[in-house]
Design a protein around this ligand. Structure first.
Ligand SMILES: Cc1cc2nc3c(=O)[nH]c(=O)nc-3n(C[C@H](O)[C@H](O)[C@H](O)COP(=O)(O)OP(=O)(O)OC[C@H]3O[C@@H](n4cnc5c(N)ncnc54)[C@H](O)[C@@H]3O)c2cc1C
Length: 234
């Protein structure tokens, strides 16, 4: 498998223990990908790209740099080592891979937990940039308001694009000013926000147990099995 050389061009904090990394190709040619796909990122160990993990691309396909939203685990082999690298450090990249892709559907539901928002950011950015007409409903769950990743950008997307609706829900706190939902994404919450369930394309992304539960809720509300794309990790 060909491993292409990239370098870290920026890093910023977002959410809780999450960092947004942008990478740029050392030869100026980014890989081409579809919104929702992932790549293998590699770290150098003794001069070789040996350790790797999969990460969803969060940037839209037209972006000059590739963006990733990565939860840093203190005891995680890859992410704790990545967290120690500086701007300019070399990263290997193979891919893109995966069938969790947005293909122009006009009526979609995106349901994410935590970093599961990463591939959906790529899709939403693509939908917004290309002014795709339709109805795009995002249900996004996090423990606390501070842990919401891409919070400002998601609110801006919703404010500027009448086709995009974002519903945030919190499972571990109730801030005084909070106007979103509270609690885990339930079957009732799905029903409250999603109409025409059987006609829509559904995308679920987050921890494996989360996506299994959401799939059951969606099927229970009439979602069609051939109109579901699921990506689970952790
Ligand atoms: C398609 C795909 C896309 C993904 N996209 C993203 C993304 O966009 N953002 C993101 O943050 N992650 C993403 N992931 C997850 C990512 O690939 C890594 O699994 C994650 O970053 C953890 O890697 P790590 O090496 O830091 O942790 P690891 O060292 O692999 O450890 C993972 C967890 O297992 C525990 N663990 C490690 N070793 C042991 C052991 N011996 N016994 C018990 N427990 C142990 C650790 O405590 C840690 O909590 C994606 C995964 C897939 C499959």
């Amino acid at each position: 498998m060909e491993i292409k050389k990239y370098k870290i061009s920026s890093v910023r904090n977002d959410g809780t223990n999450v960092k947004i990394f942008t990478l740029e190709s050392t030869n100026g040619h980014n890989v081409q990908f579809k919104p929702g796909q992932f790549v293998n990122l590699y770290l150098l160990e003794n001069g070789n790209f040996s350790i790797f993990r999969q990460f969803s691309i969060a940037s839209g396909p037209s972006s000059a740099q590739l963006e990733f939203c990565i939860k840093i685990l203190q005891d995680g082999k890859f992410t704790s080592a990545l967290d120690k690298l500086s701007i300019g450090a070399e990263i290997g990249l193979a891919g893109p891979f995966g069938h969790f892709v947005y293909q122009g559907q006009k009526e979609c539901v995106f349901i994410a937990a935590g970093t599961g928002i990463a591939p959906m950011m790529s899709m939403l950015r693509y939908i917004n940039e290309n002014k795709i007409d339709g109805e795009f409903i995002v249900l996004y769950t996090n423990k606390t308001e501070d842990s919401i990743i891409y919070y400002n950008e998601l609110k801006k997307l919703q404010a500027e694009n009448k086709n995009i609706k974002v519903v945030f829900t919190l499972t571990q706190e109730t801030p005084a000013h909070w106007q979103g939902e509270l609690g885990r994404i339930s079957s009732e919450m799905v029903e409250k926000y999603v109409t025409k369930s059987n006609e829509r394309m559904w995308f679920f992304c987050g921890p494996v147990e989360f996506v299994k539960t959401i799939k059951e809720h969606a099927l229970g509300k009439g979602a069609q099995p051939d109109k579901m794309k699921i990506e689970g990790w952790g």
